[in-house]
Unconditional design. Structure first.
Length: 145
């Protein structure tokens, strides 16, 4: 199995079996839309003593946006908000690299499977949708970016 197939399997698994997906019920809830394709996400974040204790999201859209939200939620839950924002920064840099960066797999874990998306500018917004919703909700909840 080559690396592209493995990455595709990771994306499809998160799309078909999303993690932390459910009706967002936290106090700090946001709704983001990608106007270029119609993908939508509603996401809530709960911070407890500076740590991301819960992320719940629900949305509709392509496999990239939905898998990316699932992967993001796995990566940030249980981390300090500072560590979560560092992961977000790493992922954002990867997505904005237009394929010139490979990304740090130790930091990004399953999110590294989305690295190929950076070569397709129209799809970068799909991959970043959940991440930007997380950032917005976390900041509303008092986290410092």
């Amino acid at each position: 199995m080559d690396l592209d197939s493995l990455y595709q399997d990771v994306i499809l698994d998160h799309y078909k079996n999303p993690h932390h997906k459910g009706e967002p019920s936290g106090e700090f809830k946001v709704h983001h839309v990608n106007p270029s394709c119609g993908d939508e996400i509603t996401l809530s974040v709960t911070l407890t003593a500076g740590q991301v204790s819960d992320v719940t999201w629900n949305g509709v859209g392509c496999s990239i946006s939905q898998a990316s939200a699932s992967i993001m939620s796995d990566l940030v839950v249980g981390r300090t908000s500072q560590d979560a924002f560092a992961i977000l920064d790493e992922f954002t840099s990867l997505m904005q690299s237009k394929g010139t960066l490979v990304g740090n797999e130790e930091v990004l874990e399953d999110a590294i499977a989305l690295s190929g998306v950076s070569k397709f500018p129209a799809r970068v917004k799909c991959a970043l949708l959940g991440w930007m919703a997380f950032k917005d909700a976390a900041i509303q909840n008092g986290a410092k970016a």
